[in-house]
Design a binder for this molecule. Sequence first.
Ligand code: MF3
Ligand code: CO
Length: 290
Amino acid sequence: MHIINRNSPCWCGSGLKYKKCHYDFDQRISYFRNQGHMVPDHDMIKTPAQIAGIRESAKVNIAVLDYVAEHIQAGVTTEEIDRWVYEQTTRCGAVPAPLHYEGFPKSVCTSVNEVVCHGIPSAGQVLKDGDIINVDCSTILNGYFSDSSRMFLIGNVTSDKQRLVEVTKECMYLGLEQVKPWNFLGDMGQAINDHATENGYQVVRDIGGHGVGIEFHEDPWISYVSTKGTDMLMVPGMIFTIEPMINMGTWEVTIDEEDDWTVRTADRKPSAQWEIQVLVTEDGHEVIAY
Ligand code: MF3
Ligand code: CO
């Protein structure tokens, strides 16, 4: 039998007695667990010191994407974007998280048109008028991880593709509205999936979001096609990504057989993605990286 000592220091590292700190919080989580819900364990709940470190990392990630936003245009190669990301990240004393991550060869993912995610920058790939591209940056600063991505329109983009990019951004923000303590990740997933399908699009199912901060990819894995009231309970101190991938056609995807990374839509129709990194706060949420 496990006896909880309410007078010993709280597990969260605050230095307060457990009964004065996370005791009521844990009781509330137990209630949801007993109702059959998935609940976060303690290592999914970041301490204030960890949150501070992750925020600093995110500042670099935001600055790197701001730099990309200022310089990206037709004629630029995705290899050049990779160089910008490497240089701007290291200039801040940080490291691009994708570099050598599970064998990924570059510092950033660049996903153009029908590429859903994990596109590998290359010198032979020149951005041209009408392209849409997702640039996905992730940073390690002092051991803390941040992760966010944005879409960019290159020159004159067809209204179909513009709408896909806009609706995908709306999906992300509708998902964000659901982020508050004691809601469920499924509340967010359903908000995203509903808006995408109402617009005639399909949400990628095989790739999702994730916890992030102490590692690049932490539990929980996050679906954006889930159902209200299901999946994990959200509680203050959790940090995760909202990064739906939305396809103009089918949700089905393929993985490039040669590089084993590049994910494309199965029907080769365009795909869009926006990603923010979010902290669940006492009364809602805080966007940590965008
Ligand atoms: N940045 C991606 C994400 O949002 C992960 C990329 S993994 C890499 O989760 F190895 F391709 F960089
Ligand atoms: Co991510």
